[in-house]
Design a protein around this ligand. Structure first.
Ligand code: HEM
Length: 444
């Protein structure tokens, strides 16, 4: 008998019965089935299509690292998302991906990022000017713009004006919304194609490509080096000494916009909501800022010394991982711990569940940043907000630097009060916050 039988399976009828609720928020459905069926269960989506859900950390490690060669990204990224933002790091596969990763990786090295920190800090300070003290503010839109501005300014310095950045952001977000629509209503895809809806969004991304091409052209014609990410990407050479083609460069830039802004703004929003609920951690961060600022004026030294701040962000991403699932498909038949997976199986690794599994975490539902204190860092395979293995987030250091600066800047100037009862989430492609209302009191 095939070991397939061993994996507990949710029948299609059960899924269909609750589909409306599941599509709105799949997390309770995942949790219930993990509790009842074990750390790997299967969902039948018809006669052939099966999705395996996993919250087994060693299986996740096997898929993402130990046997990663047998696993590819799902069609959602390689086809559906690529349709709008092209074939770059996030959406490419195989040899093409490897070549791009090798070329781009050095630009995201810590030593290069250090030279961007002042740009990042200026972008953050500028967005924080929109915060009005003693008023209730939904912080998410501000942090969303902040994260977009930060990526654009790190790439282009000041070469792209505010109007153009706003338009690029609008297009990036609209394309993502359209993708969510297609994923939620796959039965309407034929209509989206026939009615010209899909084309409308593809045309929008063509407009973004045009804007980016102009900015790249201006830079190529200029003799002045800006020392930003664009300079590094233009100078980067493949093994044969050649440079990135223009269309490929535009794909990569659109991908950095998409991958780098919503994830960061989600993580920051949840961090500030948690800080609002746990003011003692605001005090700890504030005290750390005062102490560190007295020791050094160097921004990178300040960021590196902000250990409490880092622990708070790490704990926020444990409880609310922006990339709350990672999906893969196996190329060849595989087996793990006696379970067999036919080639072409869809595997969904629940980062959210692994980050809250009591097998790995003491008091998993509690906000305890001290669990990330140096010397007590948890074992990596069950904590991976940035993914793991060769496809781990290329922007993880960028994101951590940016978030530390963003938290420091806000806590230095304001005390945050919650204007919500409990943290609300909207799990779409990323885990998004909802109704993140806060009140800011200026520090004396
Ligand atoms: C808190 C913020 C962020 C989180 C939680 C996050 C999370 C992730 C995760 C989980 C992956 C792996 C996906 C997979 O294996 O399927 C990933 C990949 C990626 N991320 Fe991030 N990310 C963040 C910020 C950023 C930033 C700021 C950038 C760039 C500026 C970025 C660029 C990318 C790219 C290009 C990839 C694809 C890498 C590859 O496949 O080679 N991310 N990210």
């Amino acid at each position: 008998m095939n070991n397939y039988e061993k994996i507990s399976t949710v029948p299609l009828t059960t899924f269909l019965k609750h589909s409306f609720r599941i599509v709105k928020n799949p997390l309770p459905f995942h949790h219930k089935n993990f509790e009842e069926r074990g750390d790997i269960f299967c969902l039948n989506l018809g006669l052939i299509t099966k999705v395996y859900f996993c919250r087994d950390a060693s299986f996740a490690e096997y898929i993402l690292q130990k046997n990663q060669k047998n696993y590819t990204k799902s069609k959602i990224q390689t086809k559906d998302l690529a349709k709008y933002i092209g074939k770059g790091l996030l959406t490419a596969e195989g040899q093409h991906w490897r070549k791009q990763r090798k070329l781009i990786q050095p630009a995201f090295h810590k030593k290069h990022l250090e030279s961007l920190l002042d740009t990042i800090q200026t972008a953050i300070r500028s967005e924080y000017q929109r915060i009005t003290a003693n008023e209730t503010v939904d912080i998410f839109p501000i942090l969303n713009d902040l994260a977009f501005q930060t990526v654009v300014k790190s790439l282009f310095s000041s070469a792209v004006g505010r109007d153009k950045i706003d338009r690029l952001q609008y297009i990036t977000e609209e394309a993502q919304k359209m993708l969510v629509k297609e994923l939620r209503q796959p039965y309407l895809r034929w209509w989206f194609n026939l009615s010209g809806t899909t084309k409308k969004y593809i045309d929008l991304t063509l407009e973004a490509r045009q804007t980016l091409k102009q900015a790249v052209k201006q830079r190529q014609e200029s003799d002045v080096k800006q020392g930003d990410l664009l300079d590094l990407l233009l100078e980067a050479q493949y093994d044969d000494g050649s440079f990135m083609e223009e269309e490929q460069l535009i794909d990569e830039i659109l991908i950095l916009f998409t991958a780098g802004h919503e994830t960061t703004s989600n993580a920051l929003t949840f961090t500030f909501q948690l800080l609002a609920l746990y003011p003692e951690w605001q005090d700890k961060i504030y005290n750390e800022i005062i102490e560190v600022n007295a020791q050094t004026t160097d921004l990178i030294a300040r960021v590196m010394a902000s250990k409490v701040c880092q622990q708070v962000i790490e704990e926020a991403m444990r409880l609310y991982p922006p990339a709350y699932f990672i999906d893969r498909v196996n190329l060849e038949d595989d087996n793990f711990n006696g379970f067999e997976f036919k080639a072409g199986s869809n595997l969904l690794l629940s980062v959210f569940e692994m980050h809250r599994n009591p097998k790995f975490w003491k008091n998993p539902e509690q906000f305890l940043p001290e669990r990330f204190a140096e010397g007590s860092r948890p074992y990596a395979p069950h904590y991976f907000p940035f993914g793991a293995g060769p496809r781990k987030c290329i922007g993880n250091n960028f994101a951590m630097f940016e978030m530390i600066i963003a938290v420091r800047e806000l806590i230095l100037n304001y005390i945050i009060k919650p204007e919500f009862n409990s943290i609300e989430i909207a799990p779409l492609i990323t885990l998004k916050p909802k109704n993140a209302y806060l009140r800011f009191e200026k520090r004396g």
